[in-house]
Design a binder for this molecule. Sequence first.
Ligand code: AMP
Length: 291
Amino acid sequence: MEIIRDARQMQQWADSARIAGEKIACVPTMGYLHEGHLSLMREGRRRASKLAVSIFVNPAQFGPNEDLNSYPRDFERDCALMETVPVDVVFAPTPAVMYPPGFQTWIEVTEITQGLCGARRPGHFRGVATVVAKLFNIMKPHLAIFGEKDYQQLRTIERMVRDLNFDVEILGMPTVRERDGLAMSSRNAYLSPEWRTSALAISQALKAAAGRLAQGATHARELREAAQATLHEANGLNVQYLEVVDALTLKPVDRIEAPVLVAIAAFAGSTRLIDNCVLTPPVRHQRPPRA
Ligand code: AMP
């Protein structure tokens, strides 16, 4: 497994692979890898002949009071895990490589980033879109794989790729969970055993919302109430948002007539966790197709 820290060198690696007729899959990550990341990599391994992974804790997507400095990092452990996939090349730049002095060009995806995490983390998706665009120009992938765990991020990248004509296929992969349902996240490493127990309520709340829809709920409010009741029982969770939005536009909905995203962000102590699920209403609720 090759490790590259320089952008020009990474571009040369990608150029050589393309000239040799290889198909390059890329998986952008911030490291401290877990099974969620590895599932993306294994899919990349299946779908392409070369697999490139980036490990970069992107300062541009963290707010001033967020956890940039304490974000967990363990490059050696990450490399050992990537060897098992196996990964062909790891691009691990420093912030100075990605944001050299004088850097002043940013990408803003304006609408889909308005609600949910975008509303609570000003500048976050501008940082995400910009770094992913740069990674695409540096790693030159044919295919890039992202997790549905960060659903708004996935939709933002898809929008950017369409709007700016990036020649990259985007693939979303399902959320990988611990056995009890907690969505895997590098930030779970912050959780004390007590907060770990409370955090479980987030995935349970999503299940409660799904159950409510299966029992015949027709309005977003009913799903929110079901989820809220579960979250309420958890010890000390501080819910930042609990929303039911259209799965395509991410705009709030009232009546559930098309697939919706139930999305939750909550603080377990100082650890901010997110999770979501897409729910499709039974056929009887759906809008009849237009004639
Ligand atoms: P991160 O390192 O948190 O920036 O995540 C890198 C990629 O892995 C993103 O596309 C995430 O959506 C994805 N990812 C993170 N956690 C999970 C998970 N539990 N299941 C599937 N994908 C995930």
